[in-house]
Design a binder for this molecule. Structure first.
Ligand code: CA
Length: 388
């Protein structure tokens, strides 16, 4: 029942003294919304001299020709989804990053899953290893012809010899995030999906909380071309830990629409499914994301899935040179067909283009766009903004 939107209820109805109003700026934003609806509408167009440019502008176009999102359904309690753990503070997808996220109050912990050579689902964002491990020094000879080391070429036991570190650009060796965790030499390891589900089960038992899991099947078409079927393995592993239907605290996410549909139909899962939405240019899958963001596309998604995970610029963009953000109709359109909306990714060290500060991003997503949750590298910051 969690994460299901309540019937439409506007921020104005709750009033500026209600739960939605947090601090002076929030109250001012609400006042503007309530007292000056025309001003709110004026701030939502994308045309004119302040229109965003480039990829973000392209992202903002699909499904957006209509007017401002008018009082979309208010989420019962927006979800804080720890993106790769508390990855703003500790190397992504390590158990310490997950424990930190848990302690920071996240509602869900995210797992990206790829398969090893011996079909163990491991929690890793990339198909390759060199961005977050020392594979190039431990197994120098195991690279493919393209110069990369693929997790699928190693057994789970072999992967245990690798040390995980903060993400770097493999070409330069430079950290991807200048201000994040710098230390090396800790015994941080790649862990299996079962390891992480065990951690969550143990923490839930020890704390009495009910933190959920939010598992992504990575590149299923690529895996299948390599003779693997990650969706089957992931769904089986989740079921072994008691995650079997919509009442359970689990979501399964995927960028590949055909695969998501297959999970619901052929693989007959009753778990909550989330269709991730990217840009076609990213080539995440063969899915046409521009079409999925249309009303017709969302309607089709809703036949199989319970929610969408769009890129933040699919929901809101900020103009160059400052000014009011522009909102697409995506959240409203998704809510209209019963889909929850969990955009990615909130990062204090990589705000959406032209966004003035982290608070503005939180406010835009939660108070104006009324999303149902957000993927965040900084779950503590998102929790704090939500007043929890
Ligand atoms: Ca992910």
């Amino acid at each position: 029942m969690l994460a299901q939107p309540l019937p439409p209820r506007s921020a104005c109805e709750r009033g500026p003294a209600g739960r939605a109003a947090r601090g002076l700026a929030a109250r001012a934003a609400l006042w503007l919304l309530c007292a000056a609806p025309s001003l709110g509408a004026a701030g939502t167009g994308v045309s004119g001299p302040n229109a965003p440019t480039g990829a973000v502008a392209a992202a903002a176009t699909a499904g957006e020709a209509r007017a401002a999102p008018a009082a979309p359904a208010a989420p019962a309690r927006p979800l804080v989804i720890a993106h790769r753990g508390a990855s703003g503070y500790l190397p992504e997808h390590t158990l310490v990053a997950k424990a930190y996220a848990y302690a920071a109050g996240a509602d869900y912990l995210e797992q990206d899953v790829v398969l090893t050579r011996d079909d163990v689902p491991v929690v890793l964002h990339d198909l390759t290893l060199e961005g977050v491990t020392d594979v190039e020094t431990v197994y120098p000879e195991r690279r493919r012809a393209d110069g990369r080391w693929y997790a699928i070429d190693f057994t789970h036991a072999e992967l245990q010899r690798l040390a995980v570190h903060e993400r770097v650009d493999p070409a330069s060796g430079q950290p991807s995030w200048a201000a994040r965790f710098h230390e090396r030499g800790l015994p941080l390891r790649i862990h299996s999906l079962a390891d992480e589900l065990t951690l969550v089960r143990g923490l839930n038992a020890a704390t009495g909380r009910d933190v959920g899991v939010y598992t992504e099947v990575k590149s299923p078409a690529w895996h299948r071309a390599q003779g693997k079927d990650p969706s089957v393995v992931v769904l089986r592993t989740l079921a072994e830990f008691g995650y079997r239907n919509r009442a359970d605290r689990a979501y399964v996410q995927c960028f590949d629409f055909d695969e998501l549909r297959r999970m619901r139909t052929d693989l007959a899962t009753d778990l909550r499914l989330v269709q991730l939405i990217g840009e076609n240019a990213w080539a995440e899958s063969a899915t046409d994301y521009e079409r999925l963001r249309t009303v017709e596309g969302l309607r089709e998604v809703a036949r199989y899935a319970d929610g969408i995970g769009p890129w933040i610029p699919h929901v809101v963009t900020w103009p160059e040179g400052g000014g009011a953000p522009s909102y697409t109709a995506l959240v409203r359109d998704a809510h209209a067909v019963g889909l929850v909306v969990h955009p990615y990714t909130f990062r204090i060290d990589q705000l959406p283009p032209n966004a003035p500060d982290p608070e503005a991003v939180h406010r835009a997503l939660f108070e104006i766009a009324r999303v149902d949750g957000v993927f965040t590298d900084f779950p503590d910051r998102t929790q704090r903004w939500l007043g929890r």
